[in-house]
Design a protein around this ligand. Sequence first.
Ligand SMILES: *Cc1c(COP(=O)(O)O)cnc(C)c1O
Ligand code: SF4
Length: 376
Amino acid sequence: MIYLENEFWKKLNSYKNISKSQWEDWKWQIANRLVSLEDLKIFFNLSESLKNAFLKTANIYHFGTTPYYFSLIKEYSFDDPVFRQIFPSLEEIDKNIQKGSYLDPFNEEKLSPVKGLTHRYPDRVLFRATNFCSVYCRHCMRKRMFLEEERARRKEEYDAMFSYIRQNKNIKEVLISGGDPLTLPNKKIEYIIKNLYEIKHIDIIRIGSRELVCNPYRFFDEELLEIFDKYDKVWIVSHFNHPNEITNITKKAVKNILSTGTPVLNQTVLMKGINDDKYIMENLMRDLLKVKIKPYYLFYADPVEGTLHFRTDIKKGIEIIEHLRGRVSGLATPIYAVDLENGLGKVPVFPNYVVEEKEDYIIFRNYEGEIVKQAK
Ligand SMILES: *Cc1c(COP(=O)(O)O)cnc(C)c1O
Ligand code: SF4
């Protein structure tokens, strides 16, 4: 776990003269996002090749980060896992590298009965509340929204989404996603949650957000915590990809969320050059548990246009899960899953521990590779 040295905000302070209380205000973090080359030049000297990559790529897929997330960078190069997740690279717009990718591989727009809503499984719907994020991740599976205008949906659009959910009693769970729904003002968040909460057949309101990673001060906002407490159907699913993203601030933020009775889970995307390594992944899963976040999914990277350079071999994830099994707490082991193209759903992929099955016995392999025969 990283303890922020405040080194970074001292540097920022010498340019912007900010106070600690400003730094710790989630709204300040969003209002003061770094979005341009000029903003970046304050912190480091950009090489010609970095400048070139930025200029060619960022006008297609925009750049943006909170100062907090930027402060987690240790080295200003693509070797750094945080830098690599936010800095525009030429690979994103290289037609050869991006061959075979799609803007919307899961037909989220086509499987949309009402604008903003995707109904793929019988009992769950995906509710896209906004297309704004406080940090734009280079690997985003909804990178198509980078090409649209940055905005939250209008009230009338939300109302049409509620009305569809109200009429479909099979729906038990609503997954609020985006963009990042927790970048919205509290009033708007409460409007969405309250309306969903009041639908009797909705048991779970799952919020997918990266604010815990990119702007953990969001969860120091008493008003937001009261909303979680009051509408007690809320679960939070976060998106940590590397141990460098977990800090002492994360721990405090999670504690605040848990104090409202809201569980916190995580989904990680397996990515080349960021976390395609069993030891990094082991540390990530251990560190998540230490701050009381339960690893839920490890996703194989999706074939989304502009992100294919992050994709690994599908076997890499199986190798990682095999490594975790038996060596790391079962609590720390996520489900490895592949999202099938054309909106056919997510499938879990497990290492195979059954070597052979006969009429009266099964031969298993344990985590150390030992072979065990057991009667049925
Ligand atoms: C991922 C996803 C869900 C949720 O799936 P879980 O396995 O319950 O996490 C629901 N709807 C859509 C469209 C999804 O992409
Ligand atoms: S925060 Fe989530 S939705 Fe926003 S860019 Fe990152 S991955 Fe995409």
